[in-house]
Design a protein around this ligand. Sequence first.
Ligand SMILES: [Zn+2]
Ligand SMILES: [Zn+2]
Length: 113
Amino acid sequence: MQPRSIRKISPLEIEIEWNDAHRSRFTLKQLRHICPCAGCQGEDILLHHVPPAQKTNSPEQYNLNEINQVGSYAVQITWGDGHNAGIYTWNYLSDNCSCEVCSSKRSELNFKN
Ligand SMILES: [Zn+2]
Ligand SMILES: [Zn+2]
């Protein structure tokens, strides 16, 4: 899965259009909460699907300063508080898509397991 485009659709939301025409929307808050860096997720990411609450709570942490593409597989996001350790791979982003189609696919998978 590769994105065709990533754009900001509102001050608080981005939309990723994938090469299969699927669209994933993420609020900036959501994106910050799923920050995949070790500092934010620790080892919990291996055990839980729901990310732990953030320790810091400054409003800037949800401001998106920059999105930079990393190679051909990911983007790096720089947040308003300077945090930029999270590398969001395409797989990670599509795994976290919260649209109805993806949510129901995920619950089917869980059911089979
Ligand atoms: Zn992080
Ligand atoms: Zn989806």
